[in-house]
Design a protein around this ligand. Structure first.
Ligand SMILES: C[S@@+](CC[C@H](N)C(=O)[O-])C[C@H]1O[C@@H](n2cnc3c(N)ncnc32)[C@H](O)[C@@H]1O
Length: 273
């Protein structure tokens, strides 16, 4: 397990994923019922962008730093900027919240959050970052394995599956986890984040999902997908998205491509299987 999200925190892909997470979470909370959020791959929860990993990659400079300096923003992107400002009042941005922190900050008394993180160092940092939060549990365990059982029960279910994709089987395991979650709760909202390198890999993943129903697919292609060795963009595949998500995702992906891309395109569509 060599992956460290510290190199990538606050990059364009985090902006897409985290703005989408806030938008989906907000819409599900507006429905009123209690919600259980499951984050299968939590990371460390809070990232110091002045640390050497972040400075070396400069990904946050090309991502969240530009977001914080941008002019007018569409509402779902503005919501992420506001969330970052709550964590780091500025000026500039040094602290960037990961997915578990963003959710934990918005948890209501009737909501619960369970976060899985397999790397002991990251899990320790995450537990420290979320210490004392009511309704929040951190598990140093495999999120693919743990998420399905937690999907059962009363109330809404929101699952974020955000693997590193350093291992080839992360695609197959994400698809399998989705099937197992849906077997327990057919109406669970499940968001899977994916890198976009080449179309063959992405299409193969979508074909693997086919027995599992209809999905909202949101792609932010920063540039044409010509070089399969680069991360040319990212995508979210969302099962059972709350109403209104399509417009949110369109706004998020379009802003990201226009503000941070190099001649790419945003595509938001429904894959009906
Ligand atoms: C992309 S990062 C997560 C970022 C986080 N979701 C966010 O948006 O802030 C992926 C994390 O998953 C962890 N990980 C890898 N395999 C795992 C598994 N099977 N179960 C739980 N965590 C895993 C890695 O250690 C890494 O910290």
């Amino acid at each position: 397990m060599n992956y460290s999200h510290a190199f990538h925190a606050g990059n364009f892909a985090d902006i897409v994923k985290h703005a989408a997470l806030l938008a989906v979470l907000g819409r599900m909370q507006a429905a009123g019922t209690g919600l259980r959020v499951i984050d299968t791959h939590g990371g460390r929860g809070l990232y110091d962008l002045s640390a050497s990993e972040s400075r070396r990659s400069a990904e946050a400079e090309r991502g969240v730093a530009r977001l914080m300096a941008a002019g007018s923003l569409p509402a779902p992107v503005l919501a992420l900027r506001d969330a970052v400002r709550e964590v780091d009042p500025g000026p500039g941005v040094r602290l960037y919240p990961g997915s578990p922190r963003l959710v934990a900050d918005r948890l209501r008394a009737q909501d619960r959050l369970t976060v899985f993180e397999l790397n002991p160092r990251e899990a320790g940092a995450l537990a420290a970052a979320l210490k004392g939060r009511p309704g929040v549990q951190v598990r140093e365990a495999d999120g693919f394995e743990g998420a399905p059982a937690l999907s059962e029960g009363e109330g809404g279910r929101l699952v974020l599956i955000d693997p590193p994709f350093e291992r080839g089987d992360d695609y197959a395991r994400s698809a399998e986890a989705l099937r197992r979650i849906q077997a327990r709760r057919a109406d669970a909202t499940v968001m899977i984040w994916l890198p976009l390198k080449d179309l063959e890999t992405f299409d193969a993943f979508l074909r693997e999902l086919e027995p599992a129903g209809a999905f909202l697919v949101a792609e932010a292609r920063l540039r044409p997908l010509r070089d399969p060795l680069r991360m040319n963009g990212c995508a979210l595949v969302i099962a059972s998205p709350p109403q209104g998500s399509e417009a949110d995702l369109r706004a998020i992906c379009s802003w990201t491509v226009e503000a941070l891309g190099e001649g790419g395109e945003a595509r938001v569509w429904t894959a009906a299987c």
